[in-house]
Design a protein around this ligand. Structure first.
Ligand SMILES: [Zn+2]
Length: 78
């Protein structure tokens, strides 16, 4: 099973690889990619780590903007 990591039993996520034109399975705990047959292909690179972190931060920022807007609106109503 590729859905769960062999090493840590954590859940894996499919990450699309532009260069290979297919998805590899990433374990965020072990930070490695495997193919559909559970073979470890490579480790997560610093670049990919930073990109994922950036995406997560953007997501958090969007959420905080949204909740601020909501609060302002609520104040206006009261
Ligand atoms: Zn793992």
């Amino acid at each position: 099973m590729t859905l769960f990591c062999k090493q840590c039993n954590g859940r894996r996520v499919p990450i699309f690889q532009k260069t290979e034109n297919t998805s590899f399975w990433l374990c965020e705990n072990c930070e490695n990619f495997t193919d559909a047959d559970d073979n470890i292909l490579r480790e997560l690179t610093e670049l990919e780590k930073n990109e994922m972190k950036k995406e997560l931060e953007d997501f958090k920022e969007d959420n905080s903007k949204f909740s601020k807007e909501k609060m302002v609106r609520r104040k206006g109503v009261n």
